[in-house]
Design a protein around this ligand. Structure first.
Ligand code: AMP
Ligand code: MG
Length: 400
């Protein structure tokens, strides 16, 4: 049997990044930059006011105080967005709003609160009650970013703030590593789509929606989620209609030891089917179909999602330049557990601070428990018993 680590390496070798693409900012959140971003202009782009108030020469109001205000004529009015501001004449003030361009010559802004002005009623003069230091309440051109500065680095994951900075620099697009496009295929003649009436012996298909959500949660894009019965020709037909659109194909079901194992029967030439020493998720496979990597996961719902977590999520994210692994921690187990000898066991658990409690039985059809757990307990192959109070490794599913 192959070890979990060995199979992880095989899958990691299969999934490769796409070529970088230029993408509009609105689509780039959460993607990794593929090139440094160099500021094409300065921020602020021009000297402007940090306050609503009056642009002045600081020297003109050097003697101002509460008891002896300096009265200046108000020569102009500059709202934000004005593009034709004139110079400030010595001995005058101009009314100015936050973000409006400072008139040439002005050396300071006096906030409205330090004057007798009532902004609701413009007045031809203003009485200023405090002196100002040169540069007061002025935002200087380039004090945030000088043109030509590298402001974002290749590899950096785009956050809302990073996108805001790009937009402030006038950039409408960025060069990023694009999302991996993933085809999620479910197999099984017993499966019917939710919303349809069940005949005896049929079950609702649940892996597709679950794995598609896991792909999106990992930052990937879902090409389609076709569902096919256990029919080799139908399976191959469905597969061939999507292979060119996908960077990765994930199938579920049809890989264990029974008869009617459609994935095994259809892909014996292209996929290496192996047993991995783990529980759940022993039957696994990987290969390429028409040049597209394929990972064949077992059909049991818990096995398929745990297998995605263990084998697919990290390399899928790495191929998009994103941090791959879920955070792993060693915490204290609160209950006694048994684990099959020779298999690495991934139990569902509830992580609370520095302790973890196992959650639900180990078998691979108990989806209910996985749905409300927040971690996987990762128990080594050689462990058969693990007592409450022991240290145990967990994968934190709520992060990463
Ligand atoms: P298989 O690996 O195809 O033998 O499937 C193992 C178990 O998982 C069987 O009980 C299947 O009915 C179930 N199963 C397989 N695929 C799905 C699916 N897409 N949704 C829900 N259950 C599934
Ligand atoms: Mg099946």
């Amino acid at each position: 049997m192959r070890t979990v680590d060995e199979h992880q390496r095989v899958i990691a070798g299969l999934i490769t990044p796409r070529d970088p693409v230029v993408m509009p900012l609105a689509d780039a959140l959460g993607l990794a930059l593929a090139a440094d971003v160099v500021a094409p202009l300065a921020l602020p782009g021009f000297d402007n006011s940090a306050m609503d108030g009056f642009a002045v020469y600081a020297d003109d109001i050097a003697g101002a105080g509460a008891e002896h205000p300096v009265v200046l004529p108000v020569a102009d009015d500059i709202p934000a967005g004005r593009t034709d501001t004139g110079a400030l004449k010595p001995g005058t003030a101009q009314r100015i709003m936050t973000g409006a361009p400072l008139p040439a010559g002005a050396t300071a802004v006096v906030p409205v609160e330090a004057t007798d002005a009532d902004f609701a009623k413009p007045s031809p003069t203003v009485a200023i009650r405090t002196a100002a230091r040169a540069g007061q309440h002025v935002r200087r051109a380039g004090e945030d970013v000088a043109a030509g500065t590298t402001v974002l680095r290749a590899g950096q994951v785009l956050t809302p703030a990073a996108l805001g900075l790009a937009a402030a620099l006038g950039l409408g697009e960025l060069t990023v590593l694009p999302r991996q496009r993933v085809l999620v295929m479910s197999t099984g003649s017993e499966l019917v789509a939710p919303g349809t009436a069940l005949l005896p012996g049929q079950i609702y298909e649940s892996n597709a929606v679950m794995l598609a959500a896991a792909v999106r949660d990992a930052g990937g894009e879902v090409v389609a989620c076709p569902m096919v019965g256990d029919d080799v020709d139908a399976f191959r037909d469905a597969l061939s209609s999507y292979t060119t659109a996908a960077d990765l194909i994930i199938t579920t079901g049809g890989v264990s030891a029974g008869a009617y194992e459609v994935v095994k029967d259809a892909l014996s030439g292209e996929v290496e089917f192996v047993k991995v020493a783990m529980q759940p998720g022993m039957p696994q496979g990987s290969g390429t179909v028409a040049g597209t990597p394929i990972v064949t996961l077992p059909g049991n719902p818990v096995s398929s999602l745990v297998s995605f977590e263990v084998f697919v999520r990290a390399p899928l994210r790495a191929a998009m330049g994103l941090v791959g692994d879920r955070p792993r921690r060693t915490v204290t187990l609160t209950d006694d557990l048994t684990s099959p000898k020779g298999k690495r066991q991934f139990r569902r658990g509830m992580l609370a601070g520095e302790t973890v409690t196992s959650f639900g039985p180990p078998a691979s059809h108990h989806l209910r428990w996985l749905a409300s757990s927040n971690c996987l307990l990762d128990i080594d192959e050689d462990v058969e018993q693990i007592a409450a109070g022991s240290a145990v490794r967990v994968w934190d599913l709520s992060a990463g």
